[in-house]
Design a protein. Structure first.
Length: 369
C-alpha cells in the first residue's frame, strides 16, 4: 500500500499571503498525492480567519490554530498531532515543492528502518541572482541546502526542517519538536530544533536511519533583507546560540559532530576557492572568502555566549508532549502545558542525552543548521 503523507505548512503572517497559497498549490500538484494538507497558523486570528475563508469547502486542506506557545516548533507539533498520515512532511510557507517532492520521500519509506528523510532546498533570490559575496557554503543561513552536504540519497545526522519528513513513529518514540530553541516569527532567527529532535530520535532508537534525498526538491524564496550581510551575520550568530543549547543537552560529541567536519574541511576549501577567484579577478572572490571567515566568527561568538548563558542559568528548552486537537475557533487557543527539559548544570557524560520521560539514555553516533 502506498504510504500516506500528511503535509504541514506553518504560517504566521499575512505578509506572505501569496507565498502561502503558492506553497499549498505546489503540494496539491504532487505526483504522489498528499494524504492531507494542514495549514497551522501561529497565533494570528486574522490570518486564521482569512485562510479558513479561502479554503472553505476544501476537502484536502485543513486550517488550524497553533495549539501550543508561539513559535515554529509548537506549530509543527500541532500539525503532527492533527495529522493522520503514516508520514508527516514539513514545507516552509515561503517555498514551493517540485512535483516529485513527495514521490521520492515515499520511495524512501519503503525501508522500515527509515525514520526521517530530508530533501534539497534551492534559493530563489529576490534580486534575481545570488549576491556575489554570498558563499554557497553558507546557504543554510537562508534555509537552503549548502555546499558541503553529500549528494544523492545519503545517511545524515539530521535533516533540515523546511524540507523534511518524519515517520509518525519517530514522534511516538522521541516526542515532538523542542520549543524555546527554534524560530518565533520575526524574532532573532534561531534554529536547530530539527537537529535536536533528530539526535534525540537516534539516541532513543539507535537503529533509526535518517536520509537526505536530493531529488526531493523545493524552491525557497529569499527576500531582499536576507541578501544583506547584516542578516548573514545575525543568522550565523543565532546559529551559534542554538548550537550551544543542543551541545549542552546532548554533549558536544553528537551536538557538534557534523560541524567539526564542516569547519575543518568544507569552509577552508571555500576560503581557498574565494582567494583563487580573487587572484583570477573573478567577481566576489575575496568577498566570499571574507564572508566565510566572518560567518565562522559570528557563529563561534554565538556559541561562546550561548555556552556561558547555559552554564550560568542552567540552560534548557521545553520539549512538550505533542499537543492534542486544536480548538475549532478563530480565537487564539490557550498554550498547551509544556514539559520543561532543563539542561543539566554539570557537564554531561560523553554520549549522554536527556530525553523527556525516560531520564538519561546512552547512545553512540549523532547537515549543519
Amino acid at each position: 500500500m502506498s504510504v500516506r503523507i500528511s503535509v504541514v505548512i506553518c504560517v504566521y503572517t499575512e505578509d506572505r499571503w501569496g507565498d502561502i497559497l503558492a506553497a499549498a498549490a505546489s503540494v496539491r500538484d504532487q505526483l504522489h498525492p498528499a494524504h492531507e494538507i494542514l495549514l497551522v497558523v501561529d497565533h494570528n486570528p486574522a490570518l486564521l480567519t482569512r485562510l479558513r475563508t479561502q479554503f472553505a469547502g476544501a476537502t484536502d486542506i485543513s486550517v488550524l490554530p497553533n495549539a501550543g506557545p508561539r513559535g515554529l516548533s509548537a506549530g509543527r507539533n500541532t500539525g503532527v498531532a492533527e495529522s493522520t498520515g503514516e508520514v508527516i512532511a514539513f514545507l516552509d510557507d515561503d517555498a514551493v515543492a517540485e512535483r516529485e517532492w513527495l514521490l521520492h520521500f515515499a520511495e524512501g519509506y519503503a525501508d522500515p528502518r527509515v525514520m526521517a528523510i530530508g530533501g534539497r532546498t534551492e534559493p530563489v533570490w529576490a534580486s534575481g541572482r545570488r549576491p556575489d559575496w554570498f558563499p554557497r557554503e553558507f546557504d543554510w543561513v537562508v534555509g537552503c541546502t549548502y555546499l558541503g552536504l553529500p549528494p544523492g540519497r545519503t545517511r545524515v545526522r539530521n535533516v533540515l526542517g523546511g524540507n523534511a519528513s518524519f515517520r509518525r513513529e519517530a514522534f511516538e518514540i522521541a516526542g515532538g519538536f523542542a520549543t524555546g530553541i527554534g524560530r518565533d516569527g520575526d524574532k532573532r532567527p534561531l534554529g536547530c530544533e530539527e537537529t535536536e529532535l533528530c539526535i534525540r530520535l537516534t539516541r532513543a532508537c539507535p537503529d533509526a536511519v535518517l536520509l537526505i534525498d536530493d531529488r526531493s526538491v523545493i524552491h525557497h524564496r529569499v527576500p531582499a533583507g536576507r541578501e544583506r550581510f547584516a542578516y548573514f551575520r545575525t543568522r550565523a550568530y543565532a546559529e551559534g546560540l542554538s548550537k550551544a543549547l543542543v551541545a549542552r543537552s546532548v554533549g558536544t560529541q553528537d551536538g557538534l559532530a557534523t560541524e567539526r567536519r564542516y569547519t575543518t574541511r568544507v569552509l577552508p576549501a571555500g576560503v581557498a576557492r574565494g582567494v583563487r577567484d580573487a587572484l583570477l579577478r573573478r567577481p566576489g572572490g575575496a568577498a566570499r572568502a571574507g564572508a566565510i571567515v566572518a560567518g565562522v566568527a559570528a557563529a563561534a561568538g554565538g556559541y561562546l555566549v550561548g555556552t556561558a548563558r547555559t552554564r550560568r542559568s542552567g540552560g534548557g528548552f521545553v520539549i512538550a508532549a505533542v499537543p492534542g486537537p486544536a480548538p475549532d475557533t478563530a480565537s487564539e487557543p490557550p498554550p498547551a502545558e509544556p514539559v520543561r527539559l532543563t539542561v543539566r548544570a554539570e557537564k554531561p557524560a560523553r554520549g549522554d542525552a536527556q530525553v523527556p520521560g525516560t531520564g538519561v539514555l546512552r547512545g553512540d553516533e549523532g547537515a549543519v543548521a
